[in-house]
Write a protein that binds this ligand. Sequence first.
Ligand code: ATR
Length: 263
Amino acid sequence: MKKYLVIGNPIEHSLSPKLQNYWIKNHNIHAIYEKEKLNEDELKKLFLNIRDKKINGVNVTVPFKKTVIPFLDKLTAEAESTQAVNTIYLENNKIIGHNTDIDGFELGIKKINYDIFNKKIFILGAGGVAPSIIYALNKLKVSEITIANRTREKAENLKNLFGKLKIVEWGEIPDFDMIINATSIGLKKDDEINLNFSSIGKNKFFYDVIYNPKETNFLKKGKNLGNATENGKLMFIYQAISAFNIWHGVKPIVNDEVIKLLD
Ligand code: ATR
């Protein structure tokens, strides 16, 4: 039986096993997908197990999306450009690192038919998921991307990676059509982002990468101000579909049952 894993720290909250095992069962695949909390000094052993084919594929989440890179034989173009890996697989005995968060964001936006072309985007946060979103936004041809991060240096690092990014101070709000919360603020139900949105007006799009809780205070605030909102559930589902397709050669469909599975 093939074995797949999601690694991270913490990892208890991960819904990847639920989703991947649901599709594994649905497609009659002889495999199991588990979660494992790791410390950084355990990565070496993990990669020996991948090389020995004791583990056939891995999803990577916070805080290892960058840390795993030195252990890999090859990065795909997407992983290289974002310096972030969320999916690992073996190909011709080489361990490959890929990034399906990009697909996740892009396909999630397409699924809800949001017309993102030429829009001004404001991203909050410069952590693990931010480079994937920026890569996808560039692919989708937005007109400009502005980013604010509490630790400015991390926003500067992203500018070095991608070039045409604008940086504003944390707390400053530029003109935008779509605002994306890519921080971890909101994972706890009572978390509040201390930004003043009162003067932004309506007809904006508030997007939160967080999908659990379903509606963060950030999305509540956006909605109360008369804006459209969307959480990160579809992004999560589509990044999982892309990983599943790489490992098993099948693309599961998104239906109500799958969406409900994650409620
Ligand atoms: P990492 O920072 O290790 O990449 P992450 O969960 O991927 O972890 O990213 C967390 C993001 O949320 C970061 O952008 C972080 O800002 P810093 O780079 O300044 O740490 C942001 N974040 C978390 N808590 C925050 C808070 N209370 N106020 C503002 N930003 C916060």
